[in-house]
Design a protein around this ligand. Structure first.
Ligand SMILES: [Zn+2]
Length: 741
C-alpha cells in the first residue's frame, strides 16, 4: 500500500511527526516517514525559549531581516509602548522569525508593519485564545485531511474488490500537499511565527525538561512552520526520491542463473531476489538447508560484495538471460530458460563483452539523492546539512550521541561472546555472512499448524476478533472500562496486505486496524500481526484522545510506537490462553535481537560516514564515491567485526539498499531496538502493562530523551539491551562456556 507520505518537505508541514500509518515490520515504508519527520524542523539559530530568562537575541543578519530592520525598530518602539516592556523580547523574536521567512511576494515593509501591528498578541489573554484556536483548527485540518486520505485509499488498502486505475490515482492523491504553501500565503504561518518560539534541538534538550506542557505544545506549533522550502526544491527532492527508489526496486538477481565452478545451479528456477532484502533473507533461510545452505550463503555473499564494489556484470542485473558465476565473474548466455513473459529481454551487449561491470550506477543514484537533499540546505540555516536535519530535526537525538551509543554497543565484549556461541551452534568458524545469523529461534511448545487451528477456531472472521478486543485488552492489564473504551475506538477492516494500523489525527475520528482473515479463519501469523497492530491502535488512541494537548499528539518517532506495539505482540501466546514462552525461549529471542542490532549498528555507522564523506566531497564522481564507500565499509568492519569474524576488509556492511534510497534512515534501526528493550524492561519492572502503557502513551511527542526519562527514568541508550543480552547469555549457559579455557 502507498503511504500518504511523500519526499517533499512543504507538502508535509502539517503532517504529524510520526507516521500514523504503521505497518507491521515493514520498515522500508518508515524510510519515508523520516522524510516526513524532517518537516517538523527547527531551523533558526536565533530561536530561544520565550520562557527562559535572560532572553538571548542572537538573530542572524539575513538579507530579509536587514531589509526589515527599520520597520522592526519602529514597531518595537510602538508596540512596547502599547503592551509594556515585558513584551519586548517576545516581540523582537517574533518579528525576526517572521522577517526571515518573509519574501518580496509577501509584501513591502509597510505590509510587514501592518501585519505585525494587527497580529502580535501583546496580552496573555489574546495569546491564550490564539493558541487554543490554532490547536483546535489544526487538529480539525489534520484530522479531516487524514480522513479524506483514508477514504481515498480504502479501495487500494482494503480487501474489497478489484482496484481500478482511478483508484490508484485516488490513493496517490495527497489533499494536504499545498497546505504549507497556503498557510504562508494567507499568513497564518506568519502569525504563528510572530507569536510562538522556534527552538533548537539544543534548547529542547537543555531547557525542555523545565518547560510546561503548554510550552512544549507551543514549541511544536512553531516547528510546524519552521521551514519554507520553495516548491521547485521540494519537487527536485521528490523526483530524486522516486528515481532512486525505482533503481532499488528493480534491482533483482535471478538466482537460478547463478552457477558455481562446475556449472551447478544451487537455486531453484524462477527465484528472483531483490537486493538486498531478499538476498539477506535467503541467507537467513539457508541456515536450515543442511545440504546446500552453506554453499548458497557463500555465493550470495559474493553477489552482495560485487554489488557494493560494482564489479557485478551489468547484464546480470534483473535479467534471466545470462548465467553468471559470481566467483570467477564469468557470464554466458543462459543455458536454461526459467523466465516468464514479464522478464526483461536479453540485453544487447557491446563487442560481445558480457561481463562489463555495472558502471557505478549505484553510487550515481546515491549522489543524486545527496544533491537533491543538499538543495534544502540554504533554507535551513541552523541545520544546514541533511545530516543535521536528519539527527537534530528528524530524530531529535544529536549525531554525536547516536554515534557514541552505536560504538558502545559495537565495542561491547558481549558481541564476542554471542559470536562464539553462534560459531558453537553452527559447528564451524564464523563467516562474514553470519552477521545475518538468525538461528536463535526458540522452539515453541506448539507447531505453527497447531497454532493456526487454535486461532482459526477462535477467530473465524474479523468480526470475531473485533468482538474479543475488550477481552484481550483486559488480559493485557487494562481495566474493563478502559478496555471497552479503547476497543470502541478501533475499527477493524479487512486488509489487502498483511495488515497495518492507521491512526486518526482528530479526536472525533477512530483508529483503524487492518487485518487479514482467510476464508478458513484467521491464522496464527495474522493473529500475531493483529495483536501488534492493536498495540499501535491503542497507542494512537491514547496519544491523541487522552493527551492534554493535541499539538503533542503521538510519540517522539516511529521507533517508540513500534516498541509499544511489540509489547502487545510479545504477549500473543498468553492472549490465546497458552503457556507463555519459557525463560530459554525469551533468552534466545533476546540474543537474536542483540545480533540483529549488532549487525545494523555497523551499517548505520557506514551510512553516517558516507553522508559525511559526500558533504566533504560535494563534487565527487560516482567512482570516487564508490571507492570511499568501499573503504568506509572495510574500516568499520575491521574495527568492530574483524576481531570476531577473523577476516578483514569485508565490504558487506555497504550492501544495504536503504543506504542508497532512504536519505540517512539507517540509524533508526539500531535505535529502535534499544528503545524497545528500554520499554520492555520498564514494563517488566512494574509488571503492569495496562497502566504503564497508558502512562507512556500520553507523554506525547516531546524529544526522545525526555520521553524516555519520563517513561523509564533514563534517557535513550543501549544499557537495557546490553543488560538483557548478558542475562540471556547466562540463561543459555553461554557465558561459562565462553570463558572456560
Ligand atoms: Zn508496527
Amino acid at each position: 500500500m502507498k503511504p500518504a507520505v511523500h519526499y517533499g518537505y512543504g507538502s508535509l508541514t502539517l503532517a504529524r511527526k510520526n507516521n500514523r500509518t504503521v505497518k507491521s515490520l515493514k520498515l522500508p515504508i518508515l524510510a519515508l516517514a523520516l522524510i516526513a519527520q524532517l518537516v517538523f524542523t527547527v531551523p533558526v539559530s536565533y530561536a530561544y525559549s520565550a520562557y527562559s530568562a535572560p532572553v538571548r537575541l542572537s538573530a542572524p543578519e539575513t538579507a530579509q531581516s536587514d531589509r526589515m530592520k527599520p520597520s522592526i525598530e519602529r514597531l518595537e518602539k510602538e508596540l512596547v509602548a502599547k503592551y509594556g516592556e515585558g513584551q519586548r523580547a517576545r516581540l523582537r523574536r517574533g518579528m525576526l522569525q517572521v522577517a526571515n521567512f518573509w519574501r518580496d511576494e509577501d509584501g513591502e515593509p509597510a505590509v510587514f508593519e501592518e501585519f505585525v501591528r494587527t497580529n502580535f498578541a501583546g496580552q496573555q489573554a489574546t495569546l491564550d485564545t490564539m493558541f487554543e484556536r490554532f490547536e483546535h483548527n489544526l487538529e480539525q485540518l489534520n484530522g479531516h485531511m487524514g480522513e479524506i486520505g483514508r477514504e481515498f485509499r480504502n479501495q487500494s488498502d482494503l480487501d474489497v474488490g478489484p482496484i481500478l486505475g482511478f483508484d490508484e490515482i485516488f490513493a496517490g492523491y495527497d489533499p494536504s500537499a499545498h497546505v504549507s504553501e497556503d498557510f504562508f500565503r494567507n499568513k497564518l504561518a506568519f502569525i504563528v511565527l510572530l507569536n510562538f518560539p522556534l527552538t533548537t534541538l539544543q534548547q529542547r534538550l537543555t531547557e525542555g525538561e523545565k518547560w510546561s506542557r503548554r510550552e512544549w505544545a507551543e514549541a511544536r506549533l512553531a516547528q510546524r512552520f519552521s521551514k519554507r522550502i520553495p516548491a521547485e526544491v521540494n519537487q527536485a527532492l521528490s523526483q530524486a526520491g522516486s528515481e532512486v527508489s525505482r533503481y532499488i526496486a528493480e534491482y533483482n538477481v535471478w538466482m537460478h542463473h547463478l552457477v558455481d565452478a562446475n556449472g551447478n545451479r544451487l537455486f531453484p528456477p524462477k527465484l528472483r531476489l531483490l537486493s538486498h532484502w531478499n538476498l539477506r533473507d535467503e541467507i537467513k533461510a539457508d541456515y536450515s538447508d543442511a545440504k546446500n545452505g552453506l554453499a548458497k550463503q557463500r555465493m550470495i555473499q559474493q553477489v552482495m560484495e560485487r554489488i557494493v564494489t560494482q564489479t557485478i556484470p551489468a547484464v546480470v542485473v534483473n535479467n534471466p538471460n545470462y548465467d553468471w558465476n559470481p566467483v570467477s565473474n564469468e557470464v554466458k548466455s543462459a543455458a536454461v530458460n526459467d523466465a516468464d513473459e514479464s522478464a526483461p529481454a536479453a540485453t544487447v551487449v557491446r563487442d560481445g563483452v558480457l561481463n562489463e561491470p555495472e558502471p557505478n550506477t549505484r553510487y550515481a543514484k546515491l549522489l543524486l539523492a545527496f544533491n537533491a537533499a543538499r538543495k534544502v540546505d540554504p533554507y535551513s540555516p541552523t541545520a544546514p546539512t541533511h545530516i543535521a536535519r536528519s539527527f537534530d530535526e528528524g530524530r531529535e537525538i544529536p549525531e554525536a550521541r547516536m554515534k557514541a551509543m552505536l560504538e558502545q554497543l559495537l565495542s561491547s565484549p558481549l558481541a564476542q561472546q554471542v559470536g562464539k556461541l553462534i560459531a558453537a551452534r553452527l559447528g564451524r568458524p564464523l563467516e562474514p555472512f553470519d552477521i545475518y545469523y538468525n538461528g536463535f529461534r526458540p522452539r515453541g511448545a506448539y507447531t505453527e499448524a497447531q497454532l493456526d487451528e487454535i486461532v482459526a477456531a477462535r477467530y473465524p472472521t474479523a468480526e470475531a476478533y473485533k468482538k474479543d478486543m475488550p477481552n484481550l485488552l483486559v488480559k493485557l492489564g487494562f481495566s474493563k472500562e478502559r478496555a471497552e473504551y479503547l476497543a470502541n475506538n478501533i475499527v477493524v477492516d479487512p486488509a489487502r496486505g498483511s495488515g497495518h494500523a492507521l491512526g486518526a489525527s482528530m479526536r472525533s475520528a477512530k483508529t483503524h486496524l487492518r487485518t487479514r482473515v482467510e476464508k478458513s479463519g484467521m491464522n496464527y501469523k495474522g493473529f500475531n500481526i493483529a495483536v501488534h497492530e492493536m498495540g499501535h491502535n491503542v497507542e494512537q488512541t491514547l496519544s491523541l484522545n487522552d493527551i492534554d494537548h493535541t499539538l503533542l499528539q503521538g510519540v517522539p518517532n516511529t521507533a517508540f510506537t513500534e516498541a509499544l506495539a511489540f509489547v502487545f505482540q510479545n504477549k500473543d501466546l498468553e492472549l490465546l490462553g497458552l503457556a507463555k514462552p519459557d525463560a530459554k525461549s525469551e533468552a534466545l529471542k533476546t540474543l537474536n535481537d542483540f545480533w540483529g542490532t549488532y549487525e545494523i549498528a555497523g551499517v548505520a555507522l557506514v551510512d553516517m560516514a558516507v553522508w559525511h564523506w559526500m558533504y566533504d566531497h560535494p563534487n565527487a564522481t560516482p567512482l570516487e564515491l564508490k571507492d570511499a564507500t568501499v573503504q568506509i565499509s572495510k574500516d568499520i568492519w575491521n574495527k568492530y567485526y574483524a576481531p570476531i569474524f577473523g577476516k578483514r576488509d569485508v565490504v558487506l556492511l555497504g550492501i544495504y539498499s536503504h543506504m542508497i534510497d532512504s536519505f540517512l534512515y539507517l540509524p533508526d534501526y539500531p535505535i529502535g531496538h534499544m528503545i524497545a528493550f528500554q520499554i520492555e524492561e520498564q514494563m517488566e519492572k512494574t509488571g503492569n502493562i495496562g497502566s504503564e502503557f497508558e502512562r507512556m502513551a500520553t507523554i506525547g511527542s516531546v524529544i526522545p530523551d525526555l520521553w524516555m526519562k519520563k517513561a523509564t527514568g533514563a534517557p535513550v541508550g543501549s544499557e537495557a539491551l546490553l543488560t538483557a543480552t548478558k542475562k540471556a547469555l547466562t540463561e543459555v549457559g553461554a557465558t561459562s562456556k565462553a570463558s572456560s579455557p
